[in-house]
Design a protein around this ligand. Structure first.
Ligand SMILES: CC(C)(COP(=O)(O)OP(=O)(O)OC[C@H]1O[C@@H](n2cnc3c(N)ncnc32)[C@H](O)[C@@H]1OP(=O)(O)O)[C@@H](O)C(=O)NCCC(=O)NCCS
Length: 155
């Protein structure tokens, strides 16, 4: 349903929305870091255009699964014209399924802890706030660390 992004330049407009920074050299550095880390980005496309994006990092080096670092959802964004129609939720669920299928039992992500809309989006998907770190992005900001555990078969 979603396609693995291989042309990293195509990510930039939606990554800019996901991270909330301009599409400039700073964003390109972030892309280079994620590329080196082995983060994979999955896209929803309308024709040639990417309208939704989710990034997922899983440890490709040690394959230690949850033991060292759980899988991490990196960036989620939906084009402003397409928001509110369920696409963001589908993208996150898709990434979670990838992690569960790979054998992970925990996925985490970090987001702006002052952004109540984002928090309610993720909490609605089953994430819970595991920790908050004040002043992480600058004075007055909060980094919220969210986690979700693989549902048992009964859930
Ligand atoms: C956050 C984002 C990815 C959500 O994608 P979306 O396609 O608009 O969300 P969906 O339509 O799938 O909504 C899923 C649920 O979250 C809720 N939700 C989504 N966006 C919301 C918002 N801005 N405020 C409150 N609730 C929101 C919806 O009500 C919906 O709940 P429901 O299923 O109970 O009705 C999208 O708004 C976006 O790209 N925002 C800008 C980038 C961003 O902040 N990314 C996250 C960075 S960590």
């Amino acid at each position: 349903m979603f396609t693995l992004v291989t042309d990293w330049d195509k990510l930039l407009p939606l990554l800019s929305i996901a991270i909330g920074i301009p599409n400039d050299s700073g964003l390109q550095k972030i892309v280079a870091i994620e590329r080196a880390k082995g983060t994979q980005y999955w896209a929803a496309q309308a024709g040639d255009e990417i309208i939704g994006l989710v990034g997922l990092w899983m440890d490709q080096q040690t394959h230690q699964l949850d033991a060292i670092l759980p899988a991490e959802i990196m960036d989620v964004a939906v084009h402003p014209n397409q928001q509110g129609q369920g696409l963001g939720k589908q993208l996150v669920k898709f990434a979670l399924q990838k992690a569960w299928d790979a054998g992970y039992r925990t996925v985490w992500l970090s987001t702006d802890g002052n952004d109540r809309k984002n928090l309610s989006f993720y909490i609605g998907l089953g994430f819970r706030i595991a920790a908050t770190i004040p002043d992480w992005f600058g004075p007055g900001t909060v980094r919220a660390i969210l986690r979700i555990d693989k549902p048992t078969q009964h859930e």
